[in-house]
Design a protein around this ligand. Structure first.
Ligand code: B12
Ligand code: SF4
Length: 448
């Protein structure tokens, strides 16, 4: 019998080819914090293991947890609810706790659909207090900051929890639970993002300020993964790893000073990259940058409050290209103010970036995730969200009509852009370039 079983549900639909690779860091942190206080735990990741949900009954019979904690993203929501029902059916005494980006935005929905408690936002210490109260009787489960719960068919929201100010106090994630993940050198060197993009659901969990760990603390984690787990490929999952360039520089310098033979990649923004920084990043093993470019039209970029322009994007992609770093650029079709003309600009911009800088481009349908400004202010933005089946929130399915484009038009432009990317990639042989800049990261072979 264990105290807490943490579960990552299978997604309602599969949405990325990388979906299986990266370990659920948030759950890793929660497991570590619980273990530090002597709770026994286990992790089952249905996304990673590809297990059918029907296996849950067997898992529950084997582990007999007192609490089940479920990670809830929008695309996983329906399966998270199924998990809650299966768990309660098998053991009505079990406490079902939901946490993660989707339920942080819509806690009441989760409570109505079967969760006993929802943790809104950062989860480590709320979950610890829940376990202490429920399992050891230390405190009350109904007075924990950052949670919402159900009592006598009423839903009660406790006050929000302060964000952890000093992230260095957290133990490192429970790496031993991550043995099966192929890309598991993934590290969050900080939390939160200071930018205001209206389509982004990130701030629901970690707020609108970038809090970061000390370089020493980050480096200690890298060293453990390097020495103890033999990891050579790292991914910094911060929303904008280079938001504070001096700090990014310090991390690169530490990697170089210690002669670590690693490759790594990160997410960033076009306005957070300079030539000097890129060259240092390259020297320290950076092979790839992920930019959320979103649109190839400056009016739309202004309307979605991205804070970057196509000129900035081109400049930073060019510098990365010259430094030998692959740029991955993601775009969305169907922003609230997208018109046929702006979508045309996006398509032309994508083509240019692939042709001139061998950019690895991807496109998705703009999706108004709960908690994003697009979702919260849909009416003011002139969009009519007609589909709230969360399985459709998969970046392939338009769920609204805008003032300028119907869902059918968005769908058709999305297909055209996908085709354009595939054709241009084929013609300009981006795979060959990817292979040259980062052979160890990709299994792709250059064309002979
Ligand atoms: C790395 C990453 C991925 C990785 C790994 C995801 C994972 N399993 O962790 C991969 C590539 C697989 C991925 C895929 C996708 N992702 Co993603 N991803 C991220 C990213 C950049 C970092 C996640 C992370 O590690 N954060 C750091 C850890 C420490 O935080 P955390 O996971 O949120 O966990 C904390 C809390 O949420 C909470 N918590 C989490 N689980 C639980 C459970 C319980 C019981 C409790 C109490 C608390 C709790 O406590 C944790 C510790 O404080 C976030 C952006 C972000 N800023 O978080 C987007 C993000 C989570 N992804 C997002 C999206 C949309 C996707 C995709 C749909 C994209 C796509 N088209 O494929 C897929 C869907 C994957 C899926 N099946 O759900 C959205 C989610 C929006 C939403 N409402 O669902 C985010 C928020 C990006 C954004 N800005 O909008 N993603
Ligand atoms: S999209 Fe990226 S830069 Fe914009 S608010 Fe979200 S995390 Fe920050």
């Amino acid at each position: 019998m264990i105290d807490v079983l943490m579960v990552v549900p299978p997604p309602g639909v599969i949405c990325t080819k990388f979906s299986k690779g990266i370990p659920p860091l948030g759950i890793g942190y929660i497991l570590s914090v619980l273990a530090q206080e002597g709770f026994t735990t286990a992790l089952y990741d249905f996304l990673m293991d590809g297990l059918p949900l029907s296996d849950l009954e067997l898992i529950l019979q084997r582990e007999k947890p007192k609490i089940i904690g479920v990670y809830v993203s929008t695309i996983m929501y329906r399966n998270a609810v199924r998990i809650a029902k299966i768990a309660k059916k098998q053991n009505p005494e079990i406490l079902v706790v939901f946490g993660g980006p989707h339920c942080s935005a819509l806690p009441h929905e989760s409570l109505t659909d079967g969760a006993d408690i929802v943790v809104r936002g950062e989860g480590e210490y709320a979950m610890l207090e829940i376990a202490k109260a429920f399992i050891r009787g230390e405190g009350q489960t109904d007075s924990i900051a950052g949670t919402s719960y159900k009592k006598d068919n009423k839903i009660i929201d406790n006050t929000s929890r302060d964000l952890i100010e000093n992230l260095d106090i957290l133990p490192f994630p429970a790496y031993d639970a991550f043995g099966k993940y192929p890309l598991w050198g993934s590290i969050a060197t900080g939390r939160g993002c200071p930018y205001q993009c209206i389509f982004c659901a990130g701030k629901n969990v970690f707020g609108g300020k970038y809090r970061f760990r000390s370089v020493e603390n980050v480096f200690e984690e890298i060293k453990i993964l390097y020495d103890k787990y033999n990891i050579r490929e790292f991914c910094f999952v911060d929303d904008t790893f280079t938001a504070i360039s001096k700090r990014a520089e310090s991390i690169c310098n530490r990697i170089l000073q210690e002669h670590l033979d690693i490759v790594w990649w990160c997410e960033t923004r076009a306005d957070c990259i300079t030539k000097d920084l890129l060259e240092l990043m390259k020297k320290s093993g950076c092979k790839q940058l992920q930019y959320g470019v979103e649109s190839g039209d400056n009016r739309v970029l202004r309307d979605i409050r991205k804070g970057t322009t196509i000129e900035m994007v081109e400049r930073s992609v060019k510098v990365a290209f010259e430094a030998g770093i692959l740029s991955k650029c993601s775009f969305m079709i169907g922003h609230h103010s997208d018109t046929p003309e702006s979508v045309g600009n996006t398509m032309r911009f994508i083509e240019k970036l692939i042709k001139e800088y061998y950019v690895h481009a991807s496109v998705g349908v703009n999706t108004p995730f709960p908690g994003s400004d697009t979702f919260n202010h849909a009416k003011e933005l002139g969009i009519d969200i007609f589909n709230k089946d969360w399985n459709s929130y998969n970046f392939n399915t338009p769920v609204f009509n805008s003032k300028y484009l119907t869902a059918q038009q968005i769908s058709s432009y999305f297909s055209q852009t996908t085709a354009l990317i595939n054709n241009t990639k084929e013609k300009y042989d981006t795979n060959d370039h990817i292979y040259r800049v980062s052979p160890s990261l990709f299994t792709l072979k250059p064309k002979s």
